[in-house]
Design a binder for this molecule. Structure first.
Ligand code: PLP
Length: 420
């Protein structure tokens, strides 16, 4: 039996105010955001173009276009790849909902593939069995900042004539064989929302090396026009489209943060090394697995509780929630990220996105099956995971990482007290 837990009246491991919020804001951010107020165009102002150009150079893409969210960038990618009515798009059964709502946004039909429990990414060995003659694309989500193993995905895509879209919303500088996410597929989407490693308040980036895809993606996010709004638009909708522009203020913050991103990433690696070392012999937790070819950016540090080793025979979710509450009481802000297997969500079980069962009832479509027993690994993950998103990032340092690990150890040493 360990020290008395804070949830039972014992001392708190991490005092209030110790963990600093994300992202660090300094004079560079303030200067750039204030300077944005002086530009002539607060919508598509000069910071938007500069942000896209600098991001493309940082990530190694020929083309980048900044938009108002990662979700928008994903929709542009799906549309640019020509996924439409009756087409099927393969997506992992566990991710943020935008990884799949983007498919519905273009009237296409998602087909879910279970995750690999160890990497938490799509199980690349199960993709091929999900392909039909209607499959148009695979969405590879680099979840939590760990790249999908892209070689097998690209090989399958090549053999079946499919497009590959990367959901790199969490994948800034997540490497596979030394190369950055967002440079492997036909096109990719990044998020720059508040929690992301590159924070522009809110915002996203659509990237590709293919000029044709770039123009098609841009047109979708720009009222269906085929020209950049700043270059003499003719205000003609050549196709159905949305309005996904970013704005100058957001892009100015994004630029300031981008200049500091490599430094942040280095600090996160140091913090995670200390945190992981502190957890190495903590019982009953499953630490994240990083395949040899991958370099994790640790956007989200996710643990799973080993319910078998804990000897917990009841509902895993309820016990997990008790452990998370005990961690929170210690000042260790682990949370639960996505609670649901994606196909479990109402819109998929009801198969009714646009009313009248569309898009599943499209005359070009064939029935798809979302029976939940097809996704056992995603289910096990949902019920047993907990995650830490921003506390391992700067301005927090290795001292905070040590305290976080100490809090986890304290709770896990007394975890049986929680299983009442
Ligand atoms: C994996 C993943 N895809 C897509 C998105 C959507 O990004 P945004 O919130 O910028 O629309 C997110 C954001 O949370 C995400 O984590």
């Amino acid at each position: 039996m360990g020290e008395q837990l804070a949830i039972h009246g014992g001392p708190k491991t991490i005092p209030d105010g110790t963990i600093k919020p994300w992202p660090p804001i300094d004079e560079t951010d303030r200067k750039m955001v204030l300077a944005s107020l002086d530009v002539d165009n607060h919508a598509v102002g000069p910071n938007c173009g500069a942000f896209a150009k600098e991001f493309a150079a940082w990530n190694g893409n020929r083309f980048a276009h900044t938009v108002n969210s990662g979700t928008a960038a994903l929709h542009m990618a799906v549309a640019a790849c020509g996924c439409g009515a009756g087409d099927e798009v393969i997506v992992p059964a566990y991710s943020w909902s935008s990884s799949v709502s983007c498919v519905l946004h273009n009237n296409a039909i998602p087909v879910f593939v279970d995750i690999d429990f160890d990497t938490m990414n799509i199980d690349v060995n199960k993709i091929e069995a999900a392909i039909t003659e209607r499959t148009k694309a695979i969405i590879a989500v680099h979840l939590h900042g760990l790249s999908v193993e892209m070689d097998p995905v690209l090989d399958i895509a090549k053999r079946h004539g499919l497009r590959v879209i990367e959901d790199a919303c969490q994948g800034h500088a997540a490497l596979y064989r030394g190369r950055k996410s967002g440079t492997w597929g036909d096109c990719a989407a990044f998020s720059c929302n508040h929690n992301k490693l590159l924070c522009a308040g809110t915002g996203g980036m659509f990237v590709t090396n293919d000029e044709d895809l770039f123009e098609r993606g841009q047109a979708l996010g720009s009222f269906g026009e085929t020209r950049e709004p700043i270059d003499d638009p003719d205000y003609h909708a050549y196709a159905k489209a949305w309005m996904y522009y970013n704005n100058d203020l957001s892009a100015s913050l994004g630029r300031a943060q981008l200049a500091k991103l490599d430094g942040y990433l280095e600090c996160i690696q140091q913090n995670v090394a200390v945190f992981a070392a502190g957890l190495a012999d903590v019982p009953h937790i499953i630490l994240p697995t990083v395949p040899e070819e991958c370099h994790h950016n640790w956007y989200n540090y996710t643990l799973r509780f080993d319910m078998d080793a804990l000897g917990h025979a009841g509902a895993p979710r309820a016990f997990r929630d008790k452990i998370v509450a005990a961690l929170a009481a210690e000042g260790v802000p682990f949370g639960v990220w996505q609670q649901f297997v994606l196909p479990e969500m109402t819109v998929f079980q009801a198969k009714n996105a646009y009313g009248k069962a569309c898009p599943w009832s499209c005359p070009n479509a064939e029935p798809v099956n979302y029976a939940l027993e097809q996704y056992p690994m995603a289910k096990r993950h949902c019920e047993t995971h907990t995650c830490l998103v921003t506390p391992l990032r700067p301005p927090n340092g290795t001292d905070v990482a040590e305290m976080l690990a100490a809090g986890v150890r304290k709770v896990m040493d007394s975890v049986t007290q929680l299983d009442a």
